[in-house]
Design a protein around this ligand. Structure first.
Ligand SMILES: Cc1cc2nc3c(=O)[nH]c(=O)nc-3n(C[C@H](O)[C@H](O)[C@H](O)COP(=O)(O)O)c2cc1C
Length: 220
């Protein structure tokens, strides 16, 4: 199973909970005997370019009519799209920053939503996403508790962005594991939030491992 593992925490690595939870998930999969190949991307170090005027012009120009300059402008995004399309699964770990996703992960999204690569636009205006065969897990860490019923619940602008952006490119049912509250709380609540997240990651790991075993044993 080829996994594109993306980290987006800007903290020094050793202090990052989202990075630790992402590693934990990969380790659990390995311990279950899943054969994994990791393609690792740290979007805080390998920062994707923002959408520029040239990028927009190039991406709206049909492929056969693109100039060399347009191809150069799109090259990084093309390469990133190929990494996404080559993966069987995406594991994306990130903190909440100002109630939404980190800007580095937003530029990652801007670079991987591309016509005729990650989605197709048909003559009648309809869209088909091309990531429908991939498992996608989002591990998010939050300082506050934004779960249902908490006073911050309606501040979550992170889950809808991830659901909509990846839904557009064909990811219908991504997994979400949200670790919270990890900052605006006491030590006991922090520990409980992390333990709950690890438990949820164990469950996702079990599901993924089981589906791979089923795929291997189902006759074609
Ligand atoms: C710049 C910045 C903005 C943040 N904004 C929010 C926020 O809007 N809501 C929230 O619950 N936590 C917020 N936090 C807290 C982080 O989401 C939280 O500490 C998270 O656990 C950090 O994950 P990490 O350890 O992987 O970096 C913010 C932290 C930083 C550094």
């Amino acid at each position: 199973m080829k996994i594109l593992h993306v980290d987006a925490s800007s903290k020094f690595h050793q202090w990052s909970n989202s990075r630790a939870l992402g590693r934990y998930f990969i380790e659990q999969l390995e311990q279950k005997g899943v054969d994994i190949e990791i393609d690792y991307l740290d979007v805080t170090e390998d920062v994707q370019p923002h959408v520029s005027a040239e990028f927009v012009q190039a991406t709206y120009t049909p492929e056969a009519q693109r100039t060399d300059r347009m191809r150069d402008v799109l090259a990084e995004s093309d390469a990133l799209c190929q990494r996404v399309m080559a993966a069987d699964a995406l594991v994306c770990a990130m903190p909440m920053y100002n109630w939404t996703i980190p800007s580095t992960f937003k530029t990652f999204i801007d670079n991987i939503i591309r016509t005729n690569i990650t989605y197709d636009l048909h003559a009648d205006g309809s869209i088909t996403g091309n990531l429908g065969d991939k498992k996608v897990l989002f591990i998010t860490t939050r300082g506050a508790d934004l779960s249902e019923g908490s006073p911050f619940a309606n501040m979550d602008a992170m889950t809808p962005v991830l659901k909509n952006a990846f839904g557009f490119i064909g990811v219908e049912n991504p997994w979400f594991v949200d670790a919270q509250p990890l900052q605006f709380s006491d030590e006991a609540a922090r520990e409980a939030g992390l333990a709950k997240a690890r438990g949820e990651l164990d469950a996702v790991c079990g599901e993924w491992a089981q589906s791979l075993i089923c795929a291997e044993t189902t006759p074609v």
